[in-house]
Design a protein around this ligand. Structure first.
Ligand code: PEP
Length: 251
């Protein structure tokens, strides 16, 4: 049985005071939540403060990115060990904004996934097609390419710990949400890819999140699809009531 997992990606938003206030609000509201794993992923500069604000609560900490090298002359980067040191459990890797705005490739993401797993960080690996790719009928081919490239070389044990997030690029921050059927089709395809490479038991245990304009009013229908195990939430995670409204759709 896969436990639902809802994570908030705060992106490059908030300031120190508002990040702490939001974290406190989410931690408080999460007290009554049962049976759902929760995480917030603030900007790196607020990881420490947010980590303190959610300490002892049901909400775990995630980062939005990291670098694959363990240490050295990599100006501006953070290592997996640094994120662990800050109290992170999760790290989002290969978000579409990093792929398409910052030019991250599947090969670079794959190095990060290996480095995260070596440091006992759980990667939330994002995949998703552009609108032009969907319109050209290439969605499943894009997902397969990103799955194979970003997750190359993982053992079955490593794969079982990874979280995969299907985030169609055309649905991120646009208000256009994939229909539950569109999302489920890709989630099922991802599960089949895992089964083909590993086995049915690993495929049945990996958690697959949907991301792309998830809001309280569309969450339940998406989250009740058989292969959708949670959500990666951008805009709506910036308000505790909306984030918890989405969490309510998972139970
Ligand atoms: C995201 O950035 O991962 C995301 C899904 O954003 P939004 O919910 O705003 O579409």
């Amino acid at each position: 049985m896969r436990r639902p997992f809802i994570a908030g990606n705060w992106k490059m938003n908030l300031n120190r005071a508002s990040a702490v206030a939001l974290a406190e609000g989410v931690a408080k509201a999460a007290e009554s939540v049962q049976g759902v794993d929760l995480a917030v992923c603030p900007p790196s500069c607020y990881l420490d403060a947010v980590g303190r604000a959610i300490s002892g609560s049901k909400v775990l900490l995630g980062a939005q990115n990291m670098y694959h090298e363990p240490a050295g002359a990599f100006t501006g980067e953070l290592s997996a060990a640094m994120l662990r040191d800050l109290g992170c459990t999760y790290v989002i890797l290969g978000h579409s904004e990093r792929r398409h705005i910052l030019g991250e490739t599947d090969a670079a993401i794959n190095k990060k996934v290996h480095a995260a797993l070596s440091a006992e960080l759980i990667p939330i690996v994002c995949v998703g097609e552009l609108l032009s790719e969907r319109e050209a009928g290439q969605t499943l081919a894009v997902i397969r390419r990103q799955f194979e490239g970003s997750l190359a070389g993982l053992s079955a044990e490593q794969m079982a710990t990874v979280v995969l997030a299907y985030e169609p690029v055309w649905a991120i921050g646009t208000g256009k949400v994939a229909t539950p059927q569109q999302a489920e089709e890709v989630h099922l395809a991802l599960r089949k890819l895992i089964e083909q490479r590993y086995n049915g038991s690993i495929a049945g245990s990996v958690r697959l999140q949907y991301g792309g304009s998830v809001k309280p009013d569309n969450a339940a229908e998406l989250l009740h699809q058989p292969d959708i195990d949670g959500a990666l939430v951008g805009g709506a995670s910036l308000r505790a009531d909306q984030f918890l409204g989405i969490v309510a759709g998972a139970v």
